[in-house]
Design a protein around this ligand. Structure first.
Ligand SMILES: C[S@@+](CC[C@H](N)C(=O)[O-])C[C@H]1O[C@@H](n2cnc3c(N)ncnc32)[C@H](O)[C@@H]1O
Length: 219
């Protein structure tokens, strides 16, 4: 049998991309979002923090407002969420955020130079609670290896979740990675404070315990 010429289909960490949009959201996609779109040639002169899966963008806008010394790059596959964040940025007149609408894996592979990131945030990623769906969880060995090629010396990786077994597997994964340390290297930047996110709030209501895990690359 001849081999397929196509690359193997990648397992997706997300279920929905677009969904139905209101007229206001459609307008934001057409007229506001383009002002914030990230491209390979985008130049930023501040430490760059990648926020993966920002949802509707409220926590990222909160951070951007409080931390003007950083530049944030938000990646999200959910178009109404990208449009919402763009609208929030315009309302708050924030210029230290860019948006990468699409799969973060493609962003990292095609639109971002290596060793560019001073920090990576992954707050409440889709938990894929059923065992047979665990392979769809984003933070696993292969994705971690990709992230590591983009992190600068001293960069942090901040993961938060309300799913105990996801936290356990991430802790094991990070512990087994000799490149990462649970101690902040001297003069590396601290992970950035975050507000309670929308998905965190849902977890709290369901009585879940929240865990934040932060690791650094040595300098
Ligand atoms: C459970 S929500 C969490 C949203 C937000 N961080 C919060 O805490 O409220 C996870 C988000 O990650 C996004 N997502 C999942 N896989 C992604 C990927 N490969 N690239 C970009 N975004 C992704 C989903 O669309 C979804 O909005």
């Amino acid at each position: 049998m001849s081999k397929s010429i196509y690359p193997p289909r990648r397992i997706k960490s997300f279920a929905r991309c677009a969904g139905r949009m209101t007229p206001a959201q459609r307008l934001a996609v057409e007229s506001v979002l383009p002002q914030y779109v990230w491209s390979k040639d985008t130049v930023v002169d501040k430490p760059l923090i990648l926020d993966i899966g920002f949802g509707m963008g409220h926590s990222l806008a909160w951070q951007a407002e409080r931390y003007p010394q950083f530049h944030f790059l938000g990646a999200e596959v959910f178009l109404p969420g990208a449009a919402r964040l763009a609208t929030l940025l315009q309302e708050k007149q924030l210029s230290n955020v860019h948006i990468a609408y699409g799969d973060v894996v493609l962003l990292l592979q095609e639109q971002l130079a290596l060793h560019r990131l001073a920090g990576v945030q992954l707050f409440f990623p889709d938990p894929w609670p059923k065992k047979r769906h665990h392979k769809r969880r984003l933070l696993q060995r292969e994705f971690l290896d990709l992230l590591l090629t983009h992190m600068q010396p001293g960069a942090f990786l901040h993961f938060a979740s309300d799913w105990a077994d996801y936290c356990l597997s991430v802790r094991e994964l990070l512990t087994s990675c000799p490149k990462l340390s649970f101690e902040k290297p001297l003069s590396a930047i601290e992970a950035i404070a975050r507000p309670q996110t929308r998905y965190e709030n849902r977890g709290v209501v369901q009585g879940h315990e929240i865990e934040d895990i932060v690791v650094w690359l040595p300098q």
